[in-house]
Ligand binder design. Structure first.
Ligand code: ADP
Length: 489
């Protein structure tokens, strides 16, 4: 398929090499790999494929830059982030189109991600100058206690493909604000947005080596080499729980600080007293944003048995009106899934649910066209024993499970190893307050379907992860506490 002229022009402007120590550099042996448009399967770029040795060179550069960056005035660090945010605003259309091309999300959503992902740059530009400590007299009155916050040191970031910009800025911005340097390894499926962002940071005046980018198809070996290096001090990962568990084990050998944003299995509770129109709006946002490929996506719709049919009907009417296509086409609300593996996985979960007695209200099949598309789907009467109730679907599939009362709803909602986000719709204030306390979750949307905000602490409990990104909390992931005692003067 032919690329539109502005698509080809944009792609030609994106760096195709590794960024190491401020220089765009070929990979070892000039190795390279292809990046594809999931809507067409066409190759849209060929970029450097880093080896483990390249990864260590990138870490060398981050280590070399660490001391000077930590000593750079917080205001200067903040202003570079702020300038990057401004540049990103000016280039919104480029950044959005790039994400649509490499990841597939509809352009309107990609623009939304530029706004959301950009906010981390602005927020942490502001936080850079608010890193404080404390000073006081010890209880005995014999000394003075000073508590300071220091940058953790060189960081390694591994990011996923579903939010190519926001997952990068959510790590880069707080780390740089705190005075840490970093190596980032974007997902091999969507590396171009990170390369674009790195270009903006350099244009905004980021010194050489403070941020280094390694794109690679060898995520495991490259990461192992970096994680084993004693100069590394911190790992921040966003991705699946199994990979996160593996990385935590590697991080343990090097006693690394870690931030882990892992999988989710979000319940979406609709009570008999809910505003059903609002619940349907929230469900569309919580399920179909990003084509269902978000760790915050509603995965299990738990609906009171008295309104389950009504909710299913109203939601199905909305789902059948969604428009599938390449994200660049106007009016498209559902793009492709990221790759063939994702399509196969979603298809298998749906087939298994149907075999287990679920009823298909709409969709349910792979779409026969180039690219990797799956029909927006609604399943009702899903058994709590089915794989689709347990596993993260990561696709445009609604699964509706009825519940009998609040206790049953909470038991079902909490019956998972995950605990990232929960959504609940009720107009009963006291019920809402009870749910805030009874749901095992790092985040909650009470009568709203999307909670993410750069000013809020994003993160999960249980197998959904460790640590928080964003908010006042986010910068502390990159700060170490130093305590100093001096004698009574
Ligand atoms: P997803 O299922 O969303 O693709 P993954 O956890 O597989 O989630 O991928 C998230 C990120 O983790 C990507 O950047 C990927 O390259 C990286 N990754 C996958 N496997 C490994 C590994 N063994 N070691 C380090 N990083 C990995």
């Amino acid at each position: 398929p032919q690329l539109a002229a502005r698509e080809a022009e944009l792609l030609a402007s994106i760096p195709h090499q590794l960024l190491i120590g401020g220089r765009w550099t070929d990979a070892d042996g000039q190795a390279a790999f292809d990046v594809r448009d999931p809507a067409t399967g066409a190759v849209i770029a060929t970029i450097a494929d880093a080896s483990p040795a390249d990864g260590v060179h990138a870490l060398d550069a981050a280590v070399a830059a660490q001391h000077a960056w930590a000593a750079t005035a917080p205001r200067t660090r903040g202003e570079i982030l702020r300038r990057t945010w401004e540049l990103l605003q000016e280039r919104t259309e480029e950044a959005a189109l790039l994400m649509t091309l490499e990841m597939g999300k509809p352009l309107a959503e990609a623009r939304g991600e530029v706004a959301y992902g950009g906010e981390f740059l602005r927020w942490f530009a502001e936080e850079a100058v608010r890193i404080t400590g404390r000073f006081g007299t010890n209880p005995e009155g014999t000394g003075r206690m000073l508590v300071a916050q220091r940058p953790v040191g060189p960081c390694y970031f591994i990011t996923p493909w579903n939010f190519p910009l926001a997952m990068a800025t959510r790590k880069i911005a707080p780390a740089l604000a705190a005075g840490c340097t970093a190596v980032i390894k974007p997902a091999e499926l969507t590396p171009l947005t990170t390369l674009f962002l790195a270009g903006l940071l350099r244009e905004a005046g980021l010194p050489d080596g403070v941020l280094n980018v390694v794109t690679t198809t060898q995520a495991g070996p490259v990461s192992d080499a970096i994680l084993a290096d004693p100069r590394l001090r911190k790992l921040s990962f966003t991705g699946s729980t199994p990979v996160g568990v593996k990385l935590l084990k590697s991080a343990a050998d090097n006693v690394l600080r870690t931030s882990m944003e892992l999988g989710g299995n979000a319940p979406f509770l609709v009570f008999e007293d809910a505003d059903l129109d609002a619940a349907v709006d929230g469900a569309i946002a919580a399920k179909f944003r990003n084509i269902g490929q978000a760790c915050t996506a509603a995965n299990r719709f738990l609906v009171h048995e008295s309104v389950a049919d009504e909710f299913a009907q109203r939601l199905t009417a909305r789902v059948t009106a969604l428009r599938v296509g390449r994200g660049t086409e106007s009016g498209v609300t559902i793009g492709p899934l990221i790759d063939g593996r994702a399509v196969a996985k979603v298809g298998a979960l749906v087939d298994d649910a149907v075999a287990g007695g679920a009823e298909l209200l709409t969709g349910g099949h792979v779409i026969d066209r180039p690219g990797t598309f799956f029909e927006p789907t609604v399943l009702t009467g899903v058994s709590v024993d089915s794989a689709i109730f347990r596993d993260e679907i990561f696709g445009p599939v609604v699964t509706i499970v009825p519940f009998s009362d609040e206790a049953d709803a909470v038991t079902k909602a909490n019956s998972t190893q995950y605990g990232l986000v929960s959504y609940a719709y009720t107009q009963d204030l006291r019920r809402g307050q009870r749910l805030i306390e009874s749901l095992d979750t790092g985040m909650m949307g009470l009568n709203v379907g999307v909670v993410s905000n750069a000013a809020a602490p994003f993160g999960g409990v249980k197998h959904s992860g460790i640590g928080r990104e964003g908010g006042a909390e986010g910068i502390h992931e990159y700060l170490e506490t130093k305590y100093v005692l001096t004698p009574d003067p």
